[in-house]
Design a protein around this ligand. Structure first.
Ligand code: AKB
Length: 313
């Protein structure tokens, strides 16, 4: 059967790379990129693009009616740092956007829906190290609360209506092809651009703040991997823990110095993103994803830093 794939929120950090890879696999015409804003020249000319607003049901329905998607990737969301500045807007976009898409997916008999969750579903009382799939979850950011609620909705639509929804809890994502926006883990991308341009970077997270991270290539592989897996292998219908590596700003800085010896790293104080990072896990246990649908990552810190510097140079 011919696939019609809809990517909602295609201009963001994940969408930019995901659309390009899906178009290689399924053919450019079968992957419709949609976002609330027009994309750059490259995306606009690489395949179909539509303006979409997940909060505008009429607009969304017109897109479903036109393309009758067989698969949907819903990536439109406000991330953790922006969410704390605009809590009501984050809740509305992250929650109502999800429910609108799940409802239209049912109406238009979409085969599979992908929705990203995050390590932000964990909170200050979750275990910090090797955080298990199932544990205390008490997120204290609006973003985290919306992701945890979203996970419950995804599982609910699967159990109640049989909608094939699949999801991953992304750690911080680091890639050289696209820029992050509004997250707490964004420092780990900005640091590379500044290291190459100005040989120095001021981290808004403290030297010893350890967080789970992943190379974008691994994240895209996991995303397409879980969507391609046979439905019976997807045992968890809320969202899967997935892990790549964990490091602190200091450890990242030291690894960058191996390639750029003149690089210096300084630290800002009193940034509101520090409290968000302090509420999150340091490392993640992803045994369920590895066992259920054979997830495995490729990049560790060494390989990530080399790849980022080689490509951004
Ligand atoms: C953020 O920092 O908000 C995101 C995430 C970990 O979900 N990158």
């Amino acid at each position: 059967m011919k696939e019609s794939i809809l990517v909602i929120g295609s201009n963001g950090q994940i969408g930019t790379e995901l659309v390009a890879d899906l178009r290689v696999i399924y053919g450019p015409q079968n992957v419709v990129a949609t976002d609330i804003r027009e994309p750059g020249y490259e995306m606009l000319n690489a395949g179909p693009f539509e303006i979409s607003n997940v909060l505008d049901k009429q607009n969304l329905q017109a897109i479903f009616e036109k393309y009758k998607p067989t698969q949907i990737y819903l990536l439109a969301a406000l991330l953790s740092a922006t969410g704390e500045q605009k809590p009501k807007m984050a809740w509305e976009l992250n929650m109502e956007g999800l429910i609108n898409v799940l409802d239209f997916a049912l109406t238009y008999q979409t085969k599979k829906v992908y929705w990203p969750s995050s390590i932000a579903v964990f909170g200050p009382n979750s275990p910090k190290n090797n955080t298990p799939q199932y544990s205390v979850m008490d997120p204290n950011t609006v973003y985290g609360i919306s992701k945890l609620a979203g996970e419950r909705w995804c599982e609910y639509y699967f159990l109640k209506y049989g909608l094939d929804v699949r999801s991953l809890r992304y750690p911080g994502l680091i890639g050289w092809k696209s820029a992050p926006g509004g997250g707490t883990t964004d420092y780990a991308v900005h640091i590379f651009h500044e290291a190459l341009k100005n040989k120095t970077y001021a981290s808004f997270l403290s030297a010893e703040t350890e967080l789970p991270m992943m190379h974008m290539e691994d994240a895209i592989k996991a995303t397409i991997g879980i969507m391609d897996a046979p439905a019976e292998l997807i045992k968890i219908r809320s969202s899967y823990n997935v892990a790549g590596m964990s490091f602190t700003p200091h450890q990242l800085g030291e690894e960058i110095k191996i390639h750029l010896p003149e690089f210096t790293l300084t630290y800002l104080e009193n940034d509101p993103r520090q409290a968000i990072a302090d509420s999150w896990p340091k490392s993640i246990n992803d045994d369920f994803a590895r066992k259920d649908w054979a997830w495995h990552n490729q990049y560790d810190l060494k390989a990530l830093v080399k790849n980022m510097i080689d490509n951004l140079k």
